[in-house]
Design a protein around this ligand. Structure first.
Ligand code: SF4
Ligand code: SF4
Length: 61
């Protein structure tokens, strides 16, 4: 699952363009990820220049 940090995104659209299932959407001043469609490839995490996106798939305590 991808976590979106608050208030750091500049809506460059890089994550939207790399997402294979096209599940990231930029709406007005907000970014949304459809978790049902996300395949956890983490491409969006790697491509984001501002480190807005992070992956939660590390093991939990
Ligand atoms: S992890 Fe992959 S599928 Fe999920 S939102 Fe990011 S680019 Fe899209
Ligand atoms: S790549 Fe990062 S800064 Fe660019 S739109 Fe996506 S989350 Fe925002």
């Amino acid at each position: 699952m991808i976590t979106i940090a608050d208030n750091t995104c500049d809506f460059c659209g890089a994550c939207v363009s790399v997402c294979p299932p096209d599940c990231i959407e930029i709406r007005e001043a907000d970014i949304e990820i459809d978790e049902e469609t996300c395949i956890d490839c983490n491409l969006c995490v790697y491509v984001c220049p501002l480190e807005v996106l992070s992956s939660d798939d590390s093991p939990t305590d």
